[in-house]
Design a protein around this ligand. Sequence first.
Ligand code: NDP
Length: 294
Amino acid sequence: MSEAKIIDGKQIAASVRADVAAEVARLQKEHGLKPGLAVVLVGEDPASKVYVANKAKQTVEVGMNSWEHRLPAETSEADVLAVVDKLNNDPACHGILVQLPLPKHINAEKVLNSINPDKDVDGFHPVNVGRLWVGERALVPCTPTGSVILAKSVLPSLSGLDAVVIGRSNIVGKPVAALLLRENCSVTIAHSRTKNIEDVVKRADLVVAAVGIPEMVKASWIKPGATIIDVGINRVPSENGKTKLVGDVAYEECAKVAGAITPVPGGVGPMTIACLLRNAAQAAAMIAGVKSAF
Ligand code: NDP
């Protein structure tokens, strides 16, 4: 059987970043507008620190202003809310991202809901969720946007396709489903209570897996020629006694049946920050009331 086309997330993310850089240059030239993105990090979570440093580096590389607000783990909820409030009222700042997870004594929902929806570059605020579902212009969560860009890189039109999204979280599954519906797919959302999930997935022309269970989706679940977008990032023991990253899809066997597939790592992962930068450029244009490329 022939092997699936491998969807190169690194390369596609680089091209999204190049588009953002071009948009940032245009906004500056035509409107004197320099988009700015602020990241708020509370505490010392090592993975979050690496992620925030990467975001800051890439933000500067596309020509935007970048600010990092690093607060100690013991910072009170009121003080975090005060930082968000200051950024909400700062005209130079167009995007605010509060890095999750927050320390346990801080109510994450309260903090996220305090972000001005027009600066909510993560797209988690209920106003943006509502805008997405009613079809208004919204800031859309980054990983779902990246997943759909990857699908469209091999399927220029998604219209009429049967899509199955496995997972219904607010940060991945539900927004992916909303975006695919907007692309005129017939969308099924599968989750932990779905009956005969193999049969449900087997109907799909497009499968998006966002579960968090290593290699759950098997080749026998896949319709020959289907496109697979694997959002999962799971660290598992590897043969050499160390660990490795795998997705929610059994990559080797599924690649023999699918038409196209994203690898893990190197698939959806690199798209997330690229789409965050895209959202920041979009937010800046929207706040200024000028045309946006995105
Ligand atoms: P959540 O844990 O929030 O949601 C997982 C979803 O999977 C839930 O809706 C759950 O169903 C469903 N599920 C659990 N078990 C099963 C099962 N046996 N069969 C079918 N569905 C099941 O995870 P996230 O959405 O936050 O993340 C999903 C994956 O994506 C993770 O591996 C995460 O690391 C990765 N991720 C990757 C990102 C990236 O940048 N590439 C960004 C964000 C996440 P139910 O609702 O019924 O419990």
